[in-house]
Design a protein around this ligand. Structure first.
Ligand code: 5AD
Ligand code: SF4
Length: 457
């Protein structure tokens, strides 16, 4: 699941007016892992005497936490750098701009000096060095730190989270799968997991501090493995579920080959493990899946879905699809449409294939024309919208428990919450309803993306 831009993270401390104050503004692009990483960076910076700010105009350090997964994600950052160069020239010649995350790792030294602007470039495993690099940048030095680590998990750093009711918690980093299209193993390095105890302790601490919902994060979250005590992901989920029985637990992103019976069992056993599974399929064609190096075929994937539905009948499912991968034929494309029609996902994140340097697919021929990619993607999107709308229509009259999030993002006169199945439910707010409450609502209407509901008292 990838998002465009997340609001900057702040601490509660306001920036003092002293001219020596070092105020940091972080902008986050890409996946939820980056959101969690920005909270770790904010924590590292605060511990080193920096102040976090939400106001870019009062900052003298701007850090962009970046994504490389598709070319358009990187284009967005280059455009942002162009804007920031204007800011630096007009307002603050001493502004320090840093690039963090996947793009820093991928482009390394090439980013230094980018549009006379970037002073520091820091890869995902080097965040502990940011304070020192920023201090050197204030003294006019440029700095780069992009070594990948086999062990760094930032397990000992308590992320500086914004006040809220939901928290991201990163439990493993990196990926060993090397899917043919994906740059992540090159930008994030090899898989490594935190210890089970450290995760369970953090989950308990979050609950004690008023958090109502936690999402366990990893590039390949269900291949989590605590090497020391030989605990796998189902065990971790079960321990978290038992430790905080009144807290909702989610996770993302899982790989079909690690969607074990034990994991499905955990969903069926613990009420607080949400009935929502994001299970990227990428393509419905076994031929394409083979070329993608996804070590499952269409039938195997469908059998996993069948097993999930059998044990967790009310589960909501979502997926990622890549359209127009190398050598994809019209027949392959129709197989993707037919798989989607068979599974009937509640939602999907759908992308046009974008070639990434270093990946295996660079050696393949990008045979699908831009027109075909665009058309196929549109067909996939249209079909998914239709299915989502149909599924949501069947929800009419149904009652859901909803975690109240606050004012609706689309209509400030209404409030929104989220169902266990991760759907946005809109309702009319009354004074007795607070952010973080669990309320029951009855669905009265819907679109492909939203449920409209009445509060049940
Ligand atoms: N082109 C298009 N989509 C991609 N993804 C990963 N790499 C690429 C690429 N090169 C998609 C996959 C993955 C999601 C996070 O991004 O669907 O699951
Ligand atoms: Fe990329 Fe595949 Fe790893 Fe996911 S599992 S991060 S798609 S290489």
């Amino acid at each position: 699941m990838y998002i465009d831009l997340i609001a900057p993270k702040t601490s509660n401390t306001s920036v003092p007016k002293s001219k020596d104050a070092k105020a940091v503004y972080i902008e986050t692009y890409g996946c939820q892992m980056n959101v969690a990483d920005s909270e770790i960076v904010a924590s590292i910076m605060s511990s080193a005497g920096f102040f976090m700010t939400e106001n870019i105009d009062e900052s003298n350090v701007i850090l962009l936490n970046t994504c490389s997964v598709r070319d358009n994600a990187e284009k967005k950052i280059f455009n942002r750098l162009k804007q920031l160069r204007g800011l630096k020239r007009r307002k603050n010649k001493k502004l320090v701009v840093g690039i963090l995350g996947c793009m820093a790792e991928r482009l390394k030294g090439n980013l230094i000096g980018e549009r006379d602007l970037v002073s520091i470039v820091v890869g995902p495993d080097e965040y502990r060095n940011i304070p020192a690099l920023v201090n050197e940048a204030f003294a006019g030095e440029q700095g780069i730190a992009v070594k990948l680590s086999k062990v760094e998990t930032y397990e000992d750093i308590v992320p500086l989270r914004t006040q809220g009711i939901s928290a991201w918690l990163s439990i493993m980093r990196g990926c060993n799968n090397f899917c043919a299209f994906c740059v992540v193993p090159y930008t994030r390095g090899r898989e490594r997991s935190r210890t089970l105890n450290s995760v369970v302790d953090e989950v308990k601490h979050l609950y004690d501090s008023g958090i109502k919902e936690v999402t366990l994060l990893g590039q390949n979250v269900n291949s989590y493995f605590d090497k020391e005590y030989k605990h796998d992901f189902p065990k971790l989920l079960a321990e978290c579920a038992k430790a905080v029985p009144n807290m909702r637990i989610r996770y993302t992103t899982s790989h079909p080959h690690d969607m074990s019976d034990g994991l499905i069992e955990a969903h069926a056993t613990y009420k607080n493990i949400c009935d929502y599974i994001h299970l990227p399929v990428q393509s419905g064609s076994s031929d394409v899946l083979k070329k993608m190096r996804r070590d499952y075929d269409r039938e195997k994937y469908l059998r996993r879905i069948e097993a999930i539905r059998k044990q967790v009948p009310d589960v909501a499912l979502s997926t990622d699809i890549i359209s127009g991968f190398c050598y994809e034929t019209e027949e392959d494309h129709r197989e993707t449409l037919s798989l989607m029609a068979e599974v009937r996902y509640d939602g999907a994140y759908m992308f046009k294939y974008s070639e990434r340097d270093n990946t295996l697919a660079v050696k393949y021929e990008d045979t699908v024309s831009e027109e075909d990619k665009t058309r196929r993607l549109q067909e996939i999107i249209d079909q998914q919208h239709k299915i989502s709308a149909e599924i949501n229509f069947t929800e009419h009259g149904r009652v859901h428990e909803v975690l109240v999030e606050g004012v609706s993002k689309k209509n400030e006169n209404e409030w929104q919450g989220r169902t266990d199945t991760n759907k946005v439910a809109i309702f009319t707010h009354t004074d007795d309803i607070k952010v973080g409450d669990l309320i029951n609502v009855k669905v009265t209407g819907s679109t492909s993306a939203t449920l409209f509901t009445d509060v049940i008292r």
